[in-house]
Write a new protein. Structure first.
Length: 302
């Protein structure tokens, strides 16, 4: 669980937000002298394939040359910021999320650090939807950079949403590792679903069931809080009610969290309605960066 960080993959489209991701990766890499692997996929806008347009070789050559120039500039900036080991990975016309996952496996990368959005317009799809697809498919933890990214002083307050599944347990363990590395505090939060008004009107027992659920959640939160505290990390716990992504984002904002750490199921389609879709919606609403980890095997949720 990030006891050591040796290899960090940083996808970039050379946009301003991608540069913030690079700067954030720099903070993490310097702390343990890790290697940063810059990754870029050379792609034309989608009309190249949609309308069967024949793009002259000179255009491709120009794109490659421009990417090399941009890569050189980014590498120079990393070196000036104190990163001693830098590699570059460039490919053409691949699906970026798949390319990221392939290199995570090949390099046994410890972490992916990427912007949540890239350039606007058609090319915006590179680091917008790609970030969400990477959250679902990447076999390593992913830091999706929001706002100003990770400051030079590192991480100070971490918010960890829990649904008591194996996925959120893994996220909590990851948060402990990060907290110990940066001497940060941890806030655990579980969000209870609100029963619809019509359900309460039709069945007075709904309130009784809700009280039972709250009691169970209190016990599980206390157990999780004890685990974090025993690891030597300052911790608080919170039980709130509402729509999870909104509550999580509002809590992060009100507490001044600089990182949210949460699990994601990595499921597609309707099976993603649990923490997977919550992670993606939280990513869109969060005021700070979001670190997700992917658990290979399913576990029982609460």
């Amino acid at each position: 669980m990030l006891e050591s960080i040796d290899n960090i993959i940083v996808p970039t489209d050379f946009s301003e937000l991608s540069e913030i991701a690079v700067q954030s990766a720099t903070v993490l890499a310097r702390e343990q002298d890790a290697t940063i692997h810059l990754l870029h996929v050379v792609r034309l806008p989608i009309f190249h394939t949609t309308y069967d347009i024949n793009v002259p070789q000179v255009v491709w050559d120009g794109l490659r040359d421009e990417v090399r120039v941009q890569m050189d500039a980014t590498c120079e900036g990393l070196a000036a910021a104190g990163v001693s080991r830098i590699e570059r990975l460039i490919s053409e016309n691949l699906q970026p999320a798949e390319f990221i996952a392939q290199h995570v496996r090949a390099l046994e990368a410890d972490l992916v650090v990427m912007a949540t959005h890239g350039r606007r317009g058609l090319a915006h799809a590179f680091l917008g939807s790609v970030a969400e697809e990477t959250l679902r498919t990447c076999p390593a933890p992913v830091v999706a950079i929001k706002g100003q990214g990770i400051a030079d002083e590192g991480v100070r307050r971490i918010l960890v949403p829990l649904d008591f599944s194996v996925h959120s347990q893994k996220a909590m363990e990851l948060a402990i590792s990060v907290a110990k590395r940066f001497d940060a505090s941890v806030d655990l939060i579980h969000v209870l679903d609100e029963a619809p008004d019509y359900a309460i009107r039709l069945s007075p027992r709904i309130a009784e069931f809700e009280a039972q659920a709250r009691e169970t959640c209190d016990e599980r939160l206390q157990s999780a809080k004890d685990e974090v505290g025993e690891a030597g990390v300052q911790v608080r716990s919170h039980l709130q009610q509402g729509f999870p992504p909104e509550v999580i984002a509002e809590k992060a904002a009100s507490d001044g969290a600089d990182l949210i750490v949460m699990g994601t199921h990595g499921y597609r389609g309707f099976a993603r309605v649990a923490l997977g879709s919550v992670a993606e919606r939280t990513l869109r609403l969060a005021p700070c960066s979001v670190l997700t980890t992917y658990a290979e095997k399913d576990g029982a949720g609460a």
